[in-house]
Design a binder for this molecule. Structure first.
Ligand code: UDP
Ligand code: MG
Length: 168
């Protein structure tokens, strides 16, 4: 299995419940490298683009409220890029199943997630599920300069007389 990158997002409930340290400790079991990390304020556009493939699901509206912090009065999330051998599968395993009630109780979602009365799974973390999704998501949440490795082709672009790197 090749080295690969994956996106993790600590969702608003993870930040609100002060779980950042616990989550990073659990993820460190995978012995992957963090090659990008930041705190981001999530607006409607970013939320809709991130979850655009789920827009026909009955829980979509609630999901957008969730990821953009409207359920927690907390619109910060913490995206991270992890890199290494079989990173996508390793992170998904530590994150646990989507439904926190079905997730392994010692996974992140099993330990800290819950199901809201609306039915929404409030499950603390996002994790990319395959290489195509990981690439799309990493490019959406990070600029090339914010990642330590050159994961994907990028190019110079001039804006306001300044050069910056953007994804090709
Ligand atoms: N979700 C939900 N109900 C469902 C399926 C998903 O509330 O029946 C939420 C949950 O927060 C999940 C997110 O929508 O993490 C994205 O769904 P996806 O199927 O991509 O699950 P994931 O990849 O996050 O495990
Ligand atoms: Mg998914």
């Amino acid at each position: 299995m090749d080295q690969e990158a994956t996106l993790v997002i600590i969702k608003p409930d993870g930040l609100k419940k002060s779980l950042t340290g616990n989550i990073l400790t659990r993820l460190s079991e995978a012995k992957l490298k963090i090659i990008g990390a930041k705190v981001v304020k999530v607006g409607n556009d970013l939320a809709n683009t991130h979850y655009r493939h789920l827009k026909d699901k009955p829980f979509f509206k609630e999901l957008i409220k969730y990821i953009s912090g409207k359920l927690h009065g907390e619109n910060r999330v913490m995206p991270l890029v992890y890199w290494g051998q079989a990173a996508i599968g390793k992170v998904r395993r530590i994150a646990g199943a989507t439904n926190p009630e079905e997730a392994d109780p010692i996974s992140i979602r099993g330990a800290y997630g819950r199901i809201l009365t609306t039915g929404l799974y409030e499950n603390v973390v996002h994790a990319s599920s395959d290489p195509d999704e990981a690439e799309r998501e990493i490019k959406l949440w990070f600029n090339p300069e914010e990642i330590v490795y050159d994961l994907y082709p990028a190019k110079e672009e001039k804006s306001n007389n300044q050069n910056r790197r953007v994804w090709q």
